[in-house]
Design a binder for this molecule. Structure first.
Ligand SMILES: NC(=O)C1=CN([C@@H]2O[C@H](COP(=O)(O)OP(=O)(O)OC[C@H]3O[C@@H](n4cnc5c(N)ncnc54)[C@H](O)[C@@H]3O)[C@@H](O)[C@H]2O)C=CC1
Ligand SMILES: O=C(O)[C@H]1O[C@H](OP(=O)(O)OP(=O)(O)OC[C@H]2O[C@@H](n3ccc(=O)[nH]c3=O)[C@H](O)[C@@H]2O)[C@H](O)[C@@H](O)[C@@H]1O
Length: 437
């Protein structure tokens, strides 16, 4: 099939590369000329396991192309997949201006049947507005061209994006147009393995499903973080509680890890956007208000603990920080808990020496030399008064504890991801604080 992806960010690039991999002819449009030039040369502007090989292979095979040419992009695909950003605006509302821009471009240039597919996460009603915007552009041009608008939200996770796209748990399709539904069924047929994974529903329900899923996962995380704080004062261990809870199939093990709160480009903005939509319709989502509040506090949980340990005396202290990215296997720093931690530590007058296997360039672009960057986890410990772990990268799981103790000025570990066994750490001579244990 010939298809166009509008917006070649995380979702657009992964979708485009995966759809090309199964044999489609894919045209990726982006307005960012530098990004497009890099992609044309096979350079990927983000860190995502497996993506570089996938893009290079499909570029070489001629199934994948990158361009800034809007007219050519609209002319190319029968399917026009909108995957532009929908960041939070100051009020928390999703800013859908990039979606409007994409819709207008389609209306301005289309000359034959198009299925416009909303893949960006957008408030309920956006597909209807996209439809109206295209209609207005066609009216302006005084032409009649048939088209359908459907909703097909994306559920991939950063760090496992290629795998998630290639083997989705489910594909949500909001479509009220039979011809469009048939085309999308055949587009996704190669990704369905042994069973039907495509759930067909009306457009508004599909748009809401995306927010509902992210809000539910964020709720589980805040629930566990709040419970962890209780476990700590009760002398229980949240890790053991997590195992006990997860073994009930009605609860399940996924997304029950207590930690430093959720970050990333989606949970924070989507929870906010859903609350905003609800408030607009005077249906307050009280639970989600608490989910956000718990999350904000959780990011600084270990800084607050450090404050009780260090008292008011932070001047001249140095914190070693392992992990900057909001989660492992990505260099994405959007809403990373590490940023809130760094800000609080610097504000109190201490310094930070950080190490992250991939996110240091992205952090430097944001923070410059406000913090130091180490070449290795061990180098970050040099003359540090404590180590704080903010991201559970695999390479932090089994370090040389003897060497760590020798390097740290004080053997204090604040483990925001519960990587180690508290008892063992104490036996090794560390003062060890995890989350909820
Ligand atoms: N990042 C993720 O893991 C996931 C994101 N989503 C949703 O997918 C959408 C896209 O997210 P990301 O890929 O992270 O965004 P992003 O910000 O990484 O990429 C968006 C891209 O669109 C381009 N763009 C903006 N306006 C354009 C236009 N009019 N024409 C062509 N290109 C344009 C930008 O230059 C940028 O490269 C958002 O709605 C997000 O909520 C959904 C699932 C997962
Ligand atoms: O809409 C989106 O963009 C995506 O948002 C999340 O994906 P992502 O943000 O890439 O990463 P997650 O693995 O979900 O982690 C999000 C945050 O929650 C935290 N988390 C996750 C799981 C857990 O048990 N505890 C926990 O604190 C992570 O550390 C991270 O900061 C969803 O998992 C995807 O399904 C969705 O498509």
């Amino acid at each position: 099939m010939k298809l166009t992806i509008i917006g070649t960010g995380y979702v657009g690039l992964v979708s485009g590369a995966c759809l090309a991999e199964v044999g489609n002819d894919v045209f990726c449009l982006d307005l960012d000329a530098d990004k497009v030039a890099a992609l044309q040369a096979g350079r990927i502007p983000l860190y995502e396991p497996g993506l570089t090989e996938l893009v290079q292979r499909n570029l070489a095979a001629g199934r994948l192309r990158f361009s800034t040419d809007v007219a050519a992009a609209v002319a190319f695909g029968t399917l026009q997949i909108i995957a532009v950003g929908t960041p939070a605006s100051a009020s928390g509302e999703a800013d859908v201006s990039q979606v409007w821009q994409a819709a207008r471009a389609i209306g301005q240039h289309m000359t034959d049947y198009k299925v416009v597919i909303g893949k960006s996460t957008v408030p309920v009603g956006t597909a209807d507005q996209v439809k109206a915007l295209i209609a207005a552009e066609l009216a302006q041009r005084a032409v009649v061209v048939p088209y359908a608008v459907v909703s097909n939200p994306e559920f991939l996770k950063e760090g496992a994006a290629v795998e998630d796209f290639m083997r989705p748990d489910r594909i949500i399709l909001g479509s009220e147009d039979e011809r469009a539904t048939l085309l999308l069924r055949s587009l996704y047929q190669p990704f369905q393995r042994n069973r039907e994974r495509l759930l067909l529903m009306d457009v508004r329900s599909a748009e809401l499903t995306k927010y509902a899923a992210n809000a539910m996962l964020a709720t589980r995380i805040s629930f566990m973080n709040e419970l962890a704080n209780l476990a700590e004062v009760l002398g229980a261990d949240i890790e053991q509680v997590r195992h006990g809870m997860g073994s009930d199939p009605r609860i399940g093990y996924d997304f029950l890890y207590a930690g430093l709160g959720y970050g990333g480009s989606c949970f924070p903005k989507d929870v906010r956007a859903l609350r905003h939509t609800a408030a607009q319709h005077e249906v307050p989502l009280r639970l989600l208000g608490a989910v956000e509040q718990v999350n904000r506090q959780q990011r600084l949980r270990l800084v607050a603990k450090l404050a009780t340990l260090w008292g008011g005396d932070w001047q001249g202290k140095r914190l070693a920080l392992w992990g900057l990215a909001f989660k492992p296997n990505t260099d994405d720093m959007r809403e990373a808990p590490s940023l809130a931690i760094i800000e609080a530590v610097l504000a109190r007058g201490a310094s930070v020496l950080a190490y992250d296997p991939v996110a240091m360039p992205a952090t430097r672009a944001l923070l410059g030399e406000q913090i130091g960057y180490a070449d290795s986890p061990m180098a970050a410990l040099h003359e540090a008064d404590a180590l704080l772990i903010a991201t559970e990268w695999k390479e932090f799981r089994s370090p040389d504890f003897e060497q760590m103790r020798a390097l740290l000025r004080a053997p204090l570990i604040m483990d925001g991801r519960n990587l180690y066994e508290p008892k063992r750490m104490r036996e090794l001579g560390f003062v060890y604080h995890g989350i909820g244990r």
